[in-house]
Design a protein around this ligand. Structure first.
Ligand SMILES: Nc1ncnc2c1ncn2[C@@H]1O[C@H](COP(=O)(O)OP(=O)(O)OP(=O)(O)O)[C@@H](O)[C@H]1O
Length: 229
């Protein structure tokens, strides 16, 4: 579904991703784990066309999206929940979700989004900035899903979220995958969450994938060592 091949990304002269090869199957959930500064956000931003690709390719389904602009990537079926959620704090919950409808030319929030996140229906007239961290995360996911993606990217979704809400988020994301047949790529530092949700766990270190395990074979101690400072 998503095929990243020999992806190199730099900021000016300094190369940050050094030739990543990652394939994500339809319906698969892949967790990309790594400490701060290892390149997770840069990978997400480059997949969304927010930072330019130096070389290599990104293919979504049958479409080469490497040179496409962000909005064209979204139209092709890739959606993004950025680190820190980045909801529009002065807009209402409903208006936030509506921004995700624009690429599909739709006007009305599909009821199944509110079924997934009932709290958003309750709060649809509230300003985004007045929601709790967990509620804002649900809103950011709902906004991304409104674009009807085939691949959903989430950048450190557990950051700043309470443990009980993190478990609920894992359940919801698996439900989304099962019901919508999405592929999900999630960057994470919280191993328990990654193990809860992922079919495959990759570790990124200094812009390279240095370890990979299927969920059933994950060597937890080894992955934890990569994550410890
Ligand atoms: N705009 C930028 N200009 C120059 N260098 C940058 C820029 N953004 C990130 N970097 C560098 O790129 C490297 C990877 O950063 P990135 O933010 O992708 O890491 P990360 O794994 O997502 O970390 P975090 O968990 O802190 O978000 C770091 O060395 C960082 O300093």
């Amino acid at each position: 579904m998503l095929d990243i091949a020999d992806l190199h990304v730099s900021y000016g002269q300094s190369e940050v991703l050094h030739g990543l090869d990652i394939k994500v199957a339809p319906n698969e959930i892949v967790a990309i784990m790594g400490r701060n500064g290892m390149g997770k956000t840069t990978l997400m931003k480059s997949l969304m066309g927010i930072v330019p690709t130096k070389s290599g390719s990104v293919t979504l389904g049958a479409t080469d999206i490497t040179r496409l602009k962000s909005y064209e990537r979204v139209a092709n079926g890739i959606a993004y929940v950025p680190q820190g959620r980045m909801i529009f704090s002065t807009m209402t919950v409903q208006e936030n979700i509506e921004t995700g409808l624009i690429p599909r030319g739709e006007i009305k929030v599909p009821p199944d989004l509110y079924e997934l996140f009932p709290v958003l229906l309750e709060m649809k007239g509230r300003r985004g900035g007045n929601l709790s961290g967990g509620q804002q995360q649900q809103l950011a996911i709902a906004r991304a899903l409104a674009t009807q993606p085939k691949v959903l990217l989430l950048d450190e979704p557990t950051e700043g979220i309470q443990p009980s809400i993190i478990r609920e988020m894992a359940r919801t994301l698996k439900r989304i995958r099962d019901e919508r047949g999405l592929s999900i790529v999630v960057s994470e530092q919280v191993l328990s969450f990654a193990l809860d949700i992922a079919d495959r766990v990759l570790v990124i270190e200094n812009g390279e994938i240095v370890h990979e395990d299927k969920r059933a074979d994950v060597d937890e101690a080894k992955v934890a060592r990569f994550l410890s400072v």
